[in-house]
Design a protein around this ligand. Structure first.
Ligand SMILES: [Cu+2]
Length: 120
């Protein structure tokens, strides 16, 4: 009985279920390029990269609710990635809308390295 109560307490204390989204950065695209989200839902964005790229979504990250530790990984709404590095970003989706994503490395966006968050 004590064990059951302890388990129940753990379950109740756990944060709301987070949905994981994997996004891969490569020459010269985001996969997937369109990330569909639901307003108010919690997510963890798992970013991996082959080669040096950035994931820049200034408007999105400004509007999203994020733990301070995750916001600290961003610089001006952007995170730099390299092949040996995976990054997790936790956030709660902001109000409905379309928020652009791009790689800010020279010419990468013009080669097609763009994407978007679409929040409904
Ligand atoms: Cu790039």
């Amino acid at each position: 009985m004590k064990t059951l109560l302890a388990l129940l307490a753990l379950t109740l204390a756990a944060p709301a279920h987070e949905q994981r989204i994997d996004v891969a950065l490569s020459n010269f695209k985001f996969t997937p390029a369109t990330i569909a989200l639901v307003h108010g839902q919690s997510y963890v964005l798992h970013l991996t990269s082959s080669g040096g790229h950035s994931f820049a979504a200034r408007d999105f990250f400004a509007a999203a609710t994020m733990p301070a530790a995750d916001r600290a990984k961003l610089k001006d709404g952007k995170i730099e990635l390299d092949s040996d590095r995976a990054v997790d970003l936790h956030f709660t989706a902001p109000k409905a809308g379309s928020y652009p994503i791009k790689c800010t490395h020279l010419l990468h966006a013009s080669f097609g390295m763009t994407g978007k968050f679409v929040v409904s």
